[in-house]
Design a protein around this ligand. Structure first.
Ligand code: HPA
Ligand code: ZN
Length: 329
């Protein structure tokens, strides 16, 4: 039995496996510029974040109907459950779909057809987090939040993703203020490729409660001290960091140093179809390559539930934490 864990950094569009991409392409009459799944997998050699994003947005063309989003989410939830994920807080990128003529209702209703029954179907509780694309305008983000208003009963929070450098958090001050006023939780990608200053800005200007990635905080000791003091969780994605060349090899990932520094680290998969593994695969990889012992792995699993947006269901959080504490490796 795998270690129970929560996944807090997962882009649902990044769970689109080549086999499902081709299945949906056929179903929807969409032509993909790859001969077969093998040819597509060949394209999974990334130089950096942008080279990945180009393929990530290209493949989304196959997602058109509620059923497509439902199938995508069910495929992820089944894989996640098999790797010990008990709770998943799932990102989605509505602007990437709106731009293709797929409306907010199709995306949210489709995802919810899977998420709404996930506890019974997969044994995984879920939350949904709407991400804004930071390389789009602040006005576009505000329009997107507006389009999401009829669906807020199913949306727990907002996030910020896509190309980081040149798009600092402060660009999105207004939409984060508006989201906070609507009672939405706030997270943002910061310090993946962008500088430590973006992490500080995400905290001070956007009021984020967790930082997605946050890896580059390690370049700024005063920032590390603050993140430790304020118990700000970081949602790290080790296999993603290697594939996008944020770190050269997994054996040099700063996760052990980050844990030693007292940071509240979690381990997640980001875009598992593209980066070579789901949540459990990321745990296995850090155990093997970084030599993390059982107590460190248990700490990472505990952190994932502590950092979860489960304030509306503390009983459930306590149950999950008890499962982690009782786990025998
Ligand atoms: N970083 C930024 N944006 C993203 C990512 C990522 O790893 N995955 C999907 N959108
Ligand atoms: Zn991400």
């Amino acid at each position: 039995m795998p270690l129970p864990k929560a996944e807090l950094h997962l882009h649902i569009e990044g769970t689109l496996e080549p086999e499902l991409a081709f299945e949906l392409a056929v179903r929807n009459g969409v032509e993909l510029p790859y001969a077969d799944t093998e040819a597509l997998r060949e394209a999974y050699r990334f130089e950096d974040l942008q080279s990945f994003l180009n393929l990530y947005y290209e493949l989304m063309a196959v997602l058109r109907t509620e059923r497509d989003f439902e199938d995508l989410a069910n495929a992820y939830l089944a894989r996640a459950a098999a790797q010990g994920v008990r709770h998943a807080e799932i990102f989605f990128d509505p602007q990437a779909h709106l731009a293709r003529g797929v409306d907010m209702g199709t995306v949210v209703d489709g995802l919810w057809r899977a998420l709404g029954v996930s506890e019974d179907a997969h044994g995984v509780s879920t939350r949904l987090i709407l991400c804004f694309l930071r390389d789009e305008s602040a006005e576009s983000a505000l329009r997107t939040l507006d389009a999401a208003k009829p669906y807020l009963d199913r949306i727990t929070g907002i996030g910020l993703d896509s190309a980081e450098v040149g798009h600092p958090p402060a660009k999105f001050r207004e939409v984060y203020e508006a989201a906070a006023a609507l009672g939405l939780r706030r997270v943002a990608h910061a310090g993946e490729e962008g500088p430590p200053q973006y992490i500080t800005e995400a905290l001070d200007v956007l009021g984020v409660e967790r930082v997605d990635h946050g890896l580059r905080c390690m370049e700024d000791p005063a920032l590390v001290e603050r993140l430790v003091r304020e118990r700000i969780p970081l949602t790290l994605c080790p296999l993603s960091n290697v594939r996008l060349r944020t770190v050269d090899v997994l054996a040099e990932h700063p996760l052990p140093a980050m844990l030693d520094a007292g940071l509240v680290c979690t381990v997640n998969s980001d875009d598992p179809a593209y980066f070579g593994g789901y949540a459990g695969d990321n745990f296995d990889a850090v155990r093997t390559s970084l030599g993390l012992g059982e107590e460190r792995l248990r700490e990472l699993a505990r952190n994932s539930f502590v950092a979860s947006f489960l304030e509306d269901d503390e009983e459930r959080r306590a149950r999950y934490l008890a499962e982690v504490d009782a786990y025998t490796f």
